[in-house]
Design a binder for this molecule. Sequence first.
Ligand code: UDX
Length: 438
Amino acid sequence: MTLRISVIGTGYLGVTHAACMASLGFTVIGIDIDPTKIAQLSAGILPFYEPGLEDLLKTELATGRLTFSSQISDATDCDVHFICVGTPQVKDGLAADVSYVHNSIRTLAAVAKSGSLLVGKSTVPVGTAERLRKEILEINPELDLAWNPEFLREGFAVEDTLHPNRLVVGVVNDQAEHILREVYAKNLGEGTPWIRADLPTSELVKVAANSFLATKISFINAMAEVCEAAGGDVTVLADAIGYDPRIGHKFLGAGIGFGGGCLPKDLRAFMARSKELGADRALDFLREIDAINLRARARIIDLVRRDLSDDLLGKKIAILGAAFKPDSDDVRDSPALDIAAQIQAAGASVTIYDPKAMDSARKRFPALTYSASIKECMTGADLVLHLTEWKEFQSIDPREYISIVRNPIMIDGRNKLNREEWQAAGWTFRALGRSSKY
Ligand code: UDX
């Protein structure tokens, strides 16, 4: 019989997982305590932007395999329950707030049928799963808990969920692994690497992967600082080192650094947890990774100040991009918006355009000005900043736009614009880590 699956928490991860599981033929119910979200999702409306996901949601709703509810008791009959609730950074420290995971797992354990498997997908501090498993067994000894971290990237969420580059399952017994093999049978058939681990290792894989990615980005941003000091070009350097297959070209994009709902909070929570475990020295370097990342934001503001003779008061700054990365409307810890807010706080008048993240940015920073188009945003600007590398910005014709700005100064915070083209069109062009041709 086909497995019935529940997905607890219908945020980014949960909705994607629910829709993808339904597309594999499972009967899926998505559960969330927010009735507004449930009403939207049931009507086929995705509360955020993610390429391809709204179409998939509509398709799967239409098949009848996918439903949503705000009542956890509606998940009682399911065989497998995926826990996909958030673990944000706590307000007064670096650690992750695991209260949503705790609460949903405890509530679920009270209603889940005997023999069903609870599977954590949320990113949690190592040790959480073992603790929760004990609690669950106290509530109902016929339940089990496994951990199955999720590595999806925003902007590629559907693709990454349907075709992950590996599947990691933290289990305590063969029965749990057997059920998960059934869930992921299609991927196994396609040869996706399957890694069985114990619970703590499976929790660690996720934070280790994100810490490594963050380290790569901060490494290249540190090189950008050195290139600026030495008169080198970090884009050429990244390209050159990336040809070594042990290094690779990916995640060596120097610029204003990483943001979003995962990398920054995960590496902070990892540091906090390692301290609790008495292994804080091991992750001391992550402090520096975080510091380099935040410094990139400060460095670009320095470039702005330099070009405007340290006088930002009343200057019009056009900002292209608000999302933390392209193909997303997510502005959580977005370097672009952080920079925008800091420049505005320094007295400039900031105008932002983003192809998809206008609503989420406006909610987060209502005091900034938002434009309906690139043209409106750049009109009359004393300086333009390119902060999120949407494709649309790479096809801007610098010759056309030079006539609408007050001062043709472009600062590329993502190293994705063609410097030669912009310079040939008469712009002053700056970028982080590329001081050689200023
Ligand atoms: C990340 C992980 O990649 C994913 O596996 C995990 O499940 C969740 O966290 P995501 O937050 O979607 O995914 O974004 P990612 O593509 O990793 O980018 C993170 C940040 O790094 C973005 O702000 C991006 O702009 C920045 N970045 C990325 C760089 O600054 N330079 C690069 O070369 C690559």
